[in-house]
Write a protein that binds this ligand. Structure first.
Ligand code: K1U
Ligand code: ZN
Length: 188
């Protein structure tokens, strides 16, 4: 397994609409395994293919030790509204409250290309919706008010110099780096 580089805000791949998959093969299984390893290393709870420079309609989610592989996912039902904090591995150190449906039902294919349906609520629902947005070229900052988005982008401008070529090399990040990020967050 490998830890993949994560593309950050500014990389055009994050704005591309992904292409549905028509079959599963060994290369795809390896990609899924690499995405889980990358997500764990980056301390995330989800990851979508465009975040690792791919254009397949594929994402993974792991919340409370429950993990899902979402191939060609579609939201089939949504209920309620809830506000909650979001972050994005492709926009490190930027966090904001986003309002979304509280509960969603999603239809997807698993790693063996078997169809399944999941009804999710709270953080799991939020994370699944965030990942499906990635597959449609959308980012959580798109939901912010002009004022909050401008503030987030101004902060990102200060951070983005750390990621030349819009690449975040997670494999080189140490816990020391992560603490440094936390301090930066407090200072701003
Ligand atoms: O897709 C991604 O960029 C991963 C992202 C998923 C996500 C987190 C929170 C709400 C919605 C979607 C992350 O894993 S960001 C890091 C994280 O673990 C986290 C951040 C804020 C709240 C909870 C978790
Ligand atoms: Zn994200």
């Amino acid at each position: 397994m490998s830890i993949l580089d994560i593309r950050v805000l500014g990389d055009p791949v994050l704005r591309q609409v992904t292409t549905p998959l028509s079959a599963v093969n060994d290369e795809l299984r390896r990609l899924v395994a690499d995405m889980f390893e990358t997500m764990h290393h980056a301390k995330g709870i989800g990851l979508a293919a465009p975040q690792v420079g791919r254009t397949e309609r594929l994402a993974i989610v792991e919340v409370d030790e429950e993990r899902f592989v979402l191939i060609n996912p579609e939201v089939v039902q949504q209920e309620g509204r809830a506000k909650g904090e979001e972050g994005c591995l492709s926009i490190p150190d930027i966090y904001a409250d986003v309002e979304r449906p509280k509960t969603v039902t999603v239809r997807a294919l698993d790693e063996d290309f078997q169809p399944y349906e999941i009804e999710a609520t709270d953080l799991l629902a939020r994370c699944i919706q965030h990942e499906i947005d990635h597959l449609d070229g959308k980012l959580f900052i798109d939901y912010l008010s002009v004022l909050k988005r401008t503030a987030a982008l101004a902060k990102w401008k200060l951070e983005s110099g750390k990621y030349p070529g819009y690449i975040r090399r997670v494999s080189l990040e140490t816990s020391e780096d992560l603490h440094e990020h936390e301090h930066l967050e407090e200072e701003l």
